[in-house]
Each structure stands twice: as C-alpha cells, then as structure tokens.
Design a protein around this ligand. Structure first.
Ligand code: FDP
Length: 335
C-alpha cells in the first residue's frame, strides 16, 4: 500500500529540509489550502446559487446573488489578511493592490491570485480553478506592501500553483524544486499527495487553442496550426476547454501545447494576448517549467518578464518542450 501523505505533512517535511526556514511560507500555504477547501465546497454548489443562496446574499429569493468569483475572492482575502505572512495581495478581481488591514501585522510575502479562473464556464459545469503566485517582498519588513513588491518576474517566485475544481479537486504546487499534485479527499476534507513529482512529457499530440480566432492570429501562428493539422505531421488531437487552468492541467499531464497568441481583430483586439501575466500566465508557466516544459510569450520566457502593471496581458505558449520549440520555429519564420 502506498503511504498517505497529507499536504500538511508535505509542507512540514519541505520546511524541515530547509533549516533556515522560519515556517512563514509553510503557514501561508497552509492557510491557502484552507481557503481552497472552502472555495471547492462553494463550487460544488454552483448550480444551486440561485436556489439556496450562499453566504453574502440578502435573502433566499435571489435579491442579491454574489457571483462565485466574488465569493472565491472573499474567501481568499478573509483567510489571508490576518496571518502575518503577507505584506499585500493582488487579485484578478481587484483593480488595485489589496493592502493588509492596518490592525494586522505585515509579513514578508506577497500573494497574487486569480480566485476563479475560467469563471465564464461555471454555469455549464466545466472545470474552473484558482491560480496563485507567491513572491518574497522587496521593501522593508513590517511596512505596507507596494507595487514594487507585487510587480516581480515569475522566476523570482518562491512558490506557485493552482487548484482545479473538476471531477475531483486537485492542488498542483511547486516550491521551486519539483511539482507535486494533491487530490482533495472529500470524505476527510484533506488534500492528499496523489501525483508526486509531475513531469510533463517531452512531446505530446494534443494542441489547445481557441481556433475561433484563426483569422485574427499572425500568419506564422496560422501556419503552425495548419501544419499540425496536416495528417503528414502526425495525428494531433484538438482539445480546448476555454478554461486555462483545465487546458494547462491536461497539457501538463498528457503533453502537447497550449496557446493563447496575440489576436488582431477590429472589435476585440488582444494585441498583447488575452491572459494576464501576474496571476495567470506566470504561475501556470512556473509550474510547466518546473515540470520540465517551456512557457514563453513567443519572444521571451514568461518567467523573465517583469510585469509593469497588475493586470498586464501577454501572449502565451506553454507545454511540452518539443512542441513549444516547434511552435517557436514557426513563429520566428525558421520553418
Ligand atoms: P474566462 O474568460 O472564462 O475567465 O483568462 C480567462 C480565461 O477564461 C481563461 O481561463 C481561458 O483560457 C480564456 O480566458 C478563454 O478565452 P477565449 O474565450 O477567448 O478562448
């Protein structure tokens, strides 16, 4: 029988391997996992939102129904604002940096997150998820966090990961060395190590991109996708859920390539791509790279890019190294 390792034991074990560690990061991640369990419980009730109502509403007849991404945002904020581990936070749901309330101590880390990625899929029961990135602060300890603390490149993260609320709830985490996956056992309410040391396949035969945008891509991206659809290139499968977390999770486990390139369309220009650097592309790219894959904007590593804005968008290509390199060859006209 395999050994059962809870996320708590895993975090304590990881801390023990670093004698210099103070336990701050362990405490931060432990608090986060509690927020994920709360969100998982709410996501399971998503279809009942209008029927039974959830915390934060005014009444049962749906006068004010809090949207699930707002609920997820509140859970994370309420779990993380008082632990003394963070100096500030940044979220997809908030336009500005989220300060730690004055009455609580300011810690040495920064948390950036997308509380519920893919939320346009919630109403049709498709997997959604939470993405998070943790950086060590740059400014003096004990003070309020600033933009300087938040706007850091992906390669400076001390930990990152995501939780996918799918047929089961799974936490995928890296603290820099390797990538491990934990599945929530709903009966005991604990994340248990189920996918130790995840490695992305060197090559896969699945491509994942919104082909509805085909006409709006640059020529080289179009040539690449046409190339992999040619039977002479092998038998590729197309899979696009439209929930980044689910598409990248599948890419991580099965291999292949996930793309969200620049689009140039009159009424909906994403000349810099659609996905957000700080709390979507960068932490997902960190996981992919720590698992042996490549994550790039097309021009540079996603992890090298320093955000200039909390909600900055970037073009994204990530996945198995051989697939991503092949895409880059097309993108740069080498093929
Ligand atoms: P959503 O709009 O549902 O929140 O960045 C958000 C995101 O989903 C990603 O999860 C997903 O990969 C992408 O947008 C889907 O965009 P398209 O609908 O343009 O394909």
């Amino acid at each position: 029988m395999p050994k059962v390792i809870s996320v708590q034991r895993y975090l304590i074990g990881t801390q023990a391997a670093h004698p210099e560690a103070t336990g701050d990061l362990t405490g931060l991640l432990w608090d986060l996992t509690l927020a994920f369990k709360q969100i998982a419980a709410k996501v399971r009730k998503a279809g009942l939102l209008d029927v039974i109502g959830l915390a934060g509403e005014e009444n049962e007849s749906g006068d004010v129904v809090t949207k699930l991404d707002r609920i997820a945002q509140d859970h994370i904020f309420r779990m993380m604002d008082h632990g003394g581990h963070l100096c500030c936070m940044a979220s997809e749901e908030e336009p500005d940096i989220i300060p730690i309330p004055a009455r609580y101590p300011k810690g040495k880390y920064v948390l950036s997150y997308d509380p519920l990625d893919g939320s346009s899929n919630i109403d049709v029961n498709v997997s959604v998820g939470t993405i998070f990135a943790i950086h060590r602060r740059k400014t003096a300890e004990g003070t309020d966090g600033t933009a300087e603390d938040v706007l850091q490149a992906g390669h400076d993260m001390v930990a990152a990961g995501y939780v996918i609320y799918g047929s089961s709830t799974m936490l995928v985490l890296s603290m820099g060395n390797q990538v491990d996956g934990f599945t929530l056992d709903p009966e005991v309410g604990e994340f248990l190590l189920s996918h130790p040391h995840i490695r992305i396949p060197r090559r896969g035969n699945i491509y994942s991109v919104n082909e509805g945008n085909h006409a709006w891509w640059d020529d080289n991206t179009r040539r690449y996708v046409d190339f992999i659809k040619d039977p002479a290139s092998g038998s590729y499968k197309s899979r696009y859920i439209g929930s980044m977390i689910a598409d990248v999770h599948r890419t991580l486990l099965y291999g292949g390539v996930f793309l969200y390139p620049r689009t140039f369309k009159d009424d909906k220009v994403h000349g810099e791509g659609k996905l957000r650097l700080l709390y979507e592309a960068s932490p997902m790219g960190y996981i992919v790279e720590k698992a042996g894959g490549i994550a790039t904007t097309g021009d540079e590593s996603l992890l090298d890019l320093e955000p200039t804005d909390l909600h900055q968008r970037v073009p994204v290509a990530m996945g198995s190294p051989e697939n991503v390199n092949e895409y880059l060859d097309f993108l740069h006209g080498r093929r």
